[in-house]
Design a protein. Structure first.
Length: 322
């Protein structure tokens, strides 16, 4: 039996808190996307048969976590790596889910994600994989913070504290400039430690107001104007924490692209996803053509090649076919 798993990308608007002076650390905020997607196929085997090195790495971890003998794994479609769309988490969990499906097992992604090296800070990617939608996670107790990353698997995935489905007529236009990849692995760990150790707790208090009084009510009511503006503000506030690590509030060239998208009348909010360089703009089906043109014009004006992807919120989780 061959099992086919398809999972979507996600946008990460930022964290609720990076300051050690507050009780909870991190607390991711983001949204699942319908496109682009990753597709993984797997069937039972002895050992691991896979020509993709990264998929093979995740497959070995998955069979160990699941307690099965092995799998033949094929990557049919993959997300662009290290651009801010959550490719690593979706790749790992899709591989896990495909192998589990081949053995008629529950993938238990929330339980097994730490063993695959996922969910140590943000739980947004895991929540997006499970159920989609706009998600907020509860972060970790600040007392658990250590300057060295914990051993792989030595954490639990942050709980989901809020989830809302977003209106199907909303559109996210995502710009993927051909720029240096975003931070990941040890480089990301080092940058996050620096940001946490210097973080101004006052920014966390401002973010709390944006989240509780604007972003969450807007998600619940389907208020695109308020949601877009609040998500953009949350991202800008996060950028103040990362400015020393990424060369400004936004990582170049994201700032120039965001400024251009903000000038488009059809856009209700624009920002950088995670470490970038991916940039998003929120609009609706009536404004998507204008927003897409503005994104392409912004790339041309900065002299940077890139891709523009139009997508909708993904209000459901992973798709598994047997």
């Amino acid at each position: 039996m061959t099992v086919r798993v398809e999972a979507g990308a996600r946008l990460h608007f930022g964290f609720q808190n990076l300051s050690l002076a507050r009780e909870r650390l991190y607390g991711g905020v983001g949204v699942a996307l319908d496109r682009p997607t990753i597709v993984i196929e797997a069937e039972r085997a002895e050992g691991i048969r896979c020509v993709d090195d990264l998929a093979a790495e995740y497959a070995w971890k998955a069979v160990d976590a699941l307690g099965v003998s092995g799998a033949a794994v094929e990557v049919e479609r993959r997300l662009p790596r290290h651009v801010g769309l959550g490719s690593g988490t979706q790749f790992a969990l899709a591989t896990l889910a495909a192998i589990a499906g081949a053995y008629d097992l529950d993938p238990a992604v929330r339980e097994h994600a730490p063993a695959l090296g996922r969910g140590g800070r943000s739980g947004v990617g895991i929540a997006a994989f499970e159920h989609g939608g706009f998600v907020v996670d509860g972060g970790h107790p600040t007392e658990l913070f250590t300057t060295a990353p914990p051993e792989e698997g030595a954490w639990t995935v942050p709980p989901v504290t809020a989830r809302h489905e977003l209106p199907p007529d909303w559109r996210f236009v995502v710009v993927l400039p051909e720029a240096e990849s975003g931070r990941s692995g040890e480089t990301e760990d080092a940058s996050m430690r620096q940001a946490v150790e210097r973080a101004d707790p006052g920014i966390a208090d401002e973010i709390g107001g944006v989240l509780l009084r604007r972003l969450l009510p807007a998600a619940a009511e389907g208020d695109r104007q308020t949601f877009g503006a609040a998500a953009a503000d949350l991202g800008r506030l996060n950028g103040a924490w990362y400015a020393d690590e990424q060369g400004g509030i936004y990582r170049p060239p994201a700032g120039r692209l965001i400024d251009a998208l903000d000038d488009c009348p059809a856009v209700t909010g624009a920002g950088q996803s995670s470490w970038g360089p991916a940039v998003y703009a929120l609009t609706d089906r009536t404004g998507v053509a204008e927003t897409r043109d503005a994104a392409r014009d912004a790339l041309a004006a900065t002299g940077i090649d890139g891709e523009v992807v139009e997508t909708t919120p993904r209000n459901h989780g992973v798709e598994i076919e047997r």
